[in-house]
Design a protein around this ligand. Structure first.
Ligand SMILES: C[S@@+](CC[C@H](N)C(=O)[O-])C[C@H]1O[C@@H](n2cnc3c(N)ncnc32)[C@H](O)[C@@H]1O
Length: 227
């Protein structure tokens, strides 16, 4: 096999796109976006020819004002492409290869979807309890939808779970989850997070770095519209 044939047989890079739907960028979203950008960096031992030539995490539809005042950690993250363009304007995107992660889709994501789709689109919205189906705003593009089970996840969790299914080929029902975890926010207080998370080996939810501190800070404000 010639080197060019070998290159051809490598699986094409998968792209993860968060279409930002809020006017502002809440501190919660910033931490979620940073953790997605970081986790999407290919591992060090990825063969050179499989390395993406450009970032594989995109934040799209940023309002102009927000785009210009994007926090430097996001602006300078090597694996993040932030743009005011909509998802459909991303270079190289082909609608037939795009999957919308949609809590109302009638089919759950499965490992073989990693063969059919190359672009995975998520709503850049804070979770709400009960969910208000703001993902509906993304259905106008007509992408094929897939669900990640019946329980609402945070955006970073949804990306994490999608990657486990389509890249590591782990079926959804084999991923360990923790639903509505109770977090200790002070000596005598706990708060329940109204979301599903991937479970760490010690039983705790996988969360972006700094999130627990932020939750503690915000614990007096209630959990509507915060994640
Ligand atoms: C925090 S959730 C928002 C869910 C929400 N409350 C709504 O209004 O649609 C952010 C994004 O994560 C993805 N997501 C979260 N849970 C999901 C699930 N169970 N199935 C599919 N996608 C999910 C969707 O792309 C969603 O737009």
């Amino acid at each position: 096999m010639t080197p060019s044939e070998q290159t051809f047989t490598h699986p094409p890079t998968k792209h993860y796109v968060v279409e930002h739907l809020d006017k502002e960028l809440e501190a919660w979203s910033k931490l979620e976006y940073l953790s997605i950008a970081h986790e999407c960096i290919p591992p060090r031992d990825t063969p050179h020819e499989q390395m993406p030539q450009s970032p594989n995490f995109h934040i799209t539809s940023l309002p102009e004002e927000l785009f210009h005042k994007l926090p430097k950690e996001l602006k300078w993250h090597g694996n993040l492409h932030a743009t005011m363009d909509e998802v459909v304007q991303l270079p190289g995107i082909d609608s037939a290869e795009v999957c919308l992660l949609d809590p109302k889709a009638d089919r759950d994501m499965a490992p073989e979807d990693g063969e059919a789709f190359r672009w995975f689109v998520f709503g850049g919205i804070l979770g709400d309890d009960p969910p208000r189906d703001r993902t509906a705003e993304l259905r106008k593009y007509g992408f094929t939808g897939r669900r990640l089970g019946p329980v609402q996840m945070t955006t970073d969790t949804a990306v994490r779970v999608t990657r486990l299914v389509v890249e590591q080929k782990i079926p959804l029902d084999e991923i360990p989850f923790v639903d509505f975890p109770e977090l200790k926010i002070s000596k005598n207080e706990t708060t329940e997070m109204p979301f599903r998370y991937v479970k760490n080996e010690d039983g705790t939810p996988v969360m972006p770095e700094g999130m627990i501190d932020l939750i503690k800070e915000d614990s007096n404000k209630g959990f509507t519209d915060m994640m």
